[in-house]
Design a binder for this molecule. Structure first.
Ligand SMILES: Cc1ncc(C[n+]2csc(CCOP(=O)(O)OP(=O)(O)O)c2C)c(N)n1
Ligand SMILES: [Mg+2]
Length: 562
């Protein structure tokens, strides 16, 4: 339970403490951190996260994080305290009708007024959050219902453990109990499109991981020999360096593809709103959208095919259907080692895939000089050059910031899924400390690295105190360019000047963490980065490496997503 204290929710603490075994309570310094931590728990463990927020401002402080969970399809339960019913309308402290605020950004938001139904309502909240398409669920409980006696509990006060739905205090299933298999005809249509394609691309998004389909996705990519571009938490499904992973050749792949199959992520600004192909005289690509639930299928762009449901079933169905059509499997026509047919893997294996692999290798080779840059002031890419030498294969890397994190997204390639956390399409700054707290708990023995822009750091750095109090060692790296870089450079480009975009040069965010009981240091020379990172990982305490970088460097982006 991630929370920040308030009298309206005391019975939930009492229940957590008295439960057998007790439920761990992590008390934080801002409610957004509580919800971000619950969300990261859901995204890393693939089990629902729980945040408990006190009435009124406790709940409203959590709104941006709840919205982030909504955009990310993260199974999170938020339980709110609520002013008493018997005084409703007379102006008691923090009296506000939360569900009306939260309905648009949750799967369901409602109030429980009856003490005897609290357990069942909590159970329903967890069931709903974990059912496809996953997302946040909000339940507030009126004061008298929460403090009243639970059903069958003469003692009163203690909340029953989720109405008996989870007797082990253990896991809720990943998805609904029904298999939710995608329509086989739709899968066959997609296999047919693939068989006719010459330049296909497979995009793997966050829901491939959240839906537990990472192995099936990898198998499909490998059997069909599809070039893969990874997005969000789909990163790591094919490990860094995998021959089929061509994320670094993204513009060639998306620009020249004739078929793009997007699985487990919306066709939003991160994917050019679902418009692919058309580069260098190529015709528009056909687009296939596959999601874990029908409501997630894009309606804003024409689709050549779509399928919805269990994503493992989709990938295994695709392999089978393509195999029947002669596409998959070693030795089959069109499969690896088999005689070629029309388009199919033999077609794209001989020219399209090698072209993308070459483009990728060229991009990676071109990075070399900047990743090793001796420039002074420091080029932000040098930080990634140093970090990637130290990262273990099971590290969790978290990004919270603007340009500094865009670099990370490009140059830090995870070795396994569940090793990368960015804020997702809602793009909310301030996820950092909450995500880091959760990552440390979810992966007790892995490296946890939080990459913070200096601007982003201001939203949540006080929760370094939570890391210290709960003994959660995390390495934080601030890319300190003394500006809101992702805003300053675009404003300069648009207006020829900028305003409200400067921060303090070399501000000592490291000393903030030291003052809170952790440690840190300021780095001003490129040669100092590597040793400072090693000290941070060796320290065993929350440690902030504050790297002063060149404010003139801006991330070379083609769009700001607006
Ligand atoms: C809560 C929130 N407020 C404002 C923004 C707009 N915004 C996006 S990136 C950015 C700049 C981030 O600066 P910093 O964290 O220092 O990273 P840099 O771009 O300088 O590397 C801002 C203000 C946002 N995305 N979220
Ligand atoms: Mg900055």
């Amino acid at each position: 339970m991630f929370t920040l204290s308030g009298g309206h929710v005391f019975p939930l603490y009492d229940g957590a403490v008295r439960a057998d075994p007790p439920m761990r309570i992590i008390d934080v310094r801002h409610e957004q951190t509580a919800v971000f931590a619950a969300e990261a728990t859901a995204r890393l463990d693939r089990e629902p996260g729980l945040a408990v927020l006190t009435a009124g401002p406790g709940v409203t402080n959590g709104v941006s994080a709840i919205t982030t969970a909504h955009f990310n399809g993260s199974p999170v339960v938020i339980i709110g305290g609520r002013a008493p019913d018997y005084r409703w309308g007379s102006g008691s402290l923090q009296e506000i009708d939360h569900p009306r605020l939260l309905a648009p950004v949750t799967k369901r938001a409602w109030t429980e007024h009856e003490a005897g139904r609290v357990g069942a309502s909590v159970d329903e909240a967890f069931r709903l959050a974990t059912a496809r398409h996953r997302g946040p669920v909000f339940l507030d409980i009126s004061l008298e219902a929460l403090f009243g006696p639970a059903a069958g509990d003469g003692a009163g006060g203690a909340v029953s453990s989720a109405g008996g739905g989870d007797p082990d205090g253990g896991s809720y299933p990943l998805g609904p109990s029904s298999p939710d298999t995608p329509d086989p005809v739709s899968v066959a249509v997609i296999a047919g499109l693939l068989m006719a394609a010459r330049r296909p691309v497979l995009v793997l998004g966050s829901d491939v991981w959240l839906d537990g389909a990472e192995q099936a996705a990898r198998q499909a990519a490998e059997e069909l020999r599809l070039p893969v571009i990874a997005n969000g938490q789909g990163r790591g499904v094919l490990p860094a360096g995998h021959e089929l992973l061509v994320t670094r050749a993204r513009s060639a792949a998306f620009g020249q593809a004739d078929l793009v199959i997007v699985v487990g992520t919306p066709l939003d600004f991160r994917l050019g709103y679902g418009e692919f192909g058309g580069r260098d005289g190529a015709p528009r690509a056909q687009v296939v959208h596959v999601a874990d639930a029908a409501g997630q299928i894009a309606t804003h762009c024409p689709l050549a095919g779509s399928a919805a449901g269990d994503l493992t079933a989709f990938f295994t169905g695709l392999i089978a259907a393509a195999g029947q059509g002669g596409l998959a499997g070693p030795g089959r026509p069109g499969g690896p080692g088999g005689p070629g047919v029309r388009g199919g893997p033999a077609g794209w294996k001989s020219s399209w895939l090698p072209m993308l692999q070459a483009a990728r290798d060229q991009a990676v080779a071109a990075d070399g000089p900047l990743l090793a840059s001796d420039a002074d002031p420091i080029h932000p890419m040098r930080i990634y050059g140093e970090l990637s030498k130290i990262l273990d294969s099971d590290a969790v890397v978290i990004g919270d910031g603007g340009d500094f994190v865009s670099y990370a997204g490009k140059y830090i390639e995870p070795q396994r899924p569940g090793g990368w956390l960015d804020p997702g399409p809602y793009g909310c700054l301030g996820t950092g400390l909450g995500y880091a707290i959760a990552a440390r708990i979810a992966r007790p023995s892995a490296q946890v690295v939080l990459l913070l822009g200096d601007g982003a750091a201001g939203f949540s750095l006080m929760d370094a105190d939570t890391l210290v109090r709960h003994r959660l060692p995390v390495v934080m790296i601030v890319g300190n360019n003394a500006i809101w870089g992702l805003e300053k450079h675009p404003m300069q480009a648009l207006y020829g000047y900028d305003v409200a975009a400067d921060l303090q040069p070399q501000c000592r965010y490291d000393q903030v963490v030291a003052a809170l009981g952790g440690a840190g240091e300021l780095v001003t020379s490129p040669a100092g980065i590597g040793p400072a990172l090693r000290r941070a990982f060796d320290s065993g305490v929350p440690y902030l490496v504050n790297v002063s970088t060149d404010s003139r460097v801006s991330y070379p982006r083609s769009t700001t997503g607006i």
